[in-house]
Ligand binder design. Structure first.
Ligand code: NAD
Length: 260
């Protein structure tokens, strides 16, 4: 019997079969969870729906996290269909591509607010709505990157958004702890995905990460998925407010992901 047997979980941020959310979805499905997904717009629906079917999803609905009304609609559907929710995985980020290369100092106010809104505030907005459907034992998880705590070339505005996301993880853990709900983040090493392709010189970043990692390689979506299972399952019942690195040990070394 899987460790997530009998649990219902939302996985937000599936775009295609390269998404980290897909690694998480496969692992959670393997462990027996019933899954629900959102998608952003009709173009992505065509990719998300067949994947969701592969893991027997019972909810596949649109939700743009920049739109409160769409968020309310989505969570209302979840409540109507499932009643309660056991876990939520937030795997969503966005910044204008021009901000993910060159100099951080050139960011405009609008660019800054957009990146922080979609990549950090959206976790808070999801948590507000999901917590109402959770009982003690509920778990929330989001996806961060080392750029939150180190200056990584080209990651720029997204590093600032990830810093806000990691701080939000701790404050949500503080708020929801008394309700028995845990909130954690995974800080994943670089993985080739749609979102990652927007980061300038991403190939170089991956090469440097593999070289600097203790395991001398990069991580996979499936490895992030397995760590996610631990963090949304009762196996991690004593863990909250934690930033858990799944980066083949890169962050403990002296290697710099972006220089030379
Ligand atoms: P991805 O492109 O597969 O996923 C990003 C998702 O965000 C997409 O599904 C996209 O539809 C969604 N999204 C963007 N704007 C949205 C909006 N307004 N409303 C709803 N959804 C929206 O890429 P990914 O790499 O799997 O990214 C998932 C998460 O993992 C992100 O938070 C990313 O920053 C994080 N992460 C990625 C890496 C990496 O190297 N790929 C490393 C560490 C952390």
């Amino acid at each position: 019997m899987g460790v997530l047997e009998g649990k219902k979980g939302l996985i937000l941020g599936l775009a295609n079969n390269k998404s980290i959310a897909w690694g998480v979805a496969k692992a959670c499905h393997r462990e027996g969870a019933q899954l629900g997904f959102n998608y952003l717009g009709e173009a992505l629906e065509k990719r998300v729906r067949p994947l969701a079917e592969q893991v027997g999803a019972t909810i596949v609905e649109p939700m743009d996290v920049s739109d409160d009304a769409q968020m309310d609609d989505f969570f209302e559907k979840v409540e109507n269909q499932w009643g309660t929710l056991d876990f939520l995985v937030h795997s969503i980020a966005f910044a204008n591509k021009e901000c993910l290369k060159g100099k951080f100092r050139d960011a405009s106010r609008d660019d800054f607010l957009l990146a922080l809104d979609i990549s950090a505030y959206s976790f808070v907005a999801c948590a507000q709505r999901a917590a109402r459907l959770m009982k003690p034992g509920g778990a929330m998880l989001t996806m961060s990157y080392l750029g939150a705590v180190r200056a990584v070339p080209n990651y720029n505005i997204m590093g600032v958004a990830k810093a806000a996301l990691e701080a939000s993880t701790r404050y949500l853990a503080q708020d929801l702890g008394s309700e028995g709900i845990r909130v954690n983040a995974i800080s994943a090493g670089p993985i080739r995905t749609l979102a990652a392709s927007g980061v300038g010189d991403f190939r170089k970043l991956m090469e440097k990460s593999a070289r600097g990692a203790m395991l001398k390689r990069n991580v996979t979506q499936d490895e992030v998925g397995n760590a996610a299972v631990y963090l949304v399952s009762d196996w991690s019942s004593g863990v909250t407010g934690e930033i858990h690195y799944v980066d083949a040990g890169f962050s403990i070394g002296a290697g710099d992901p972006g220089t030379d």
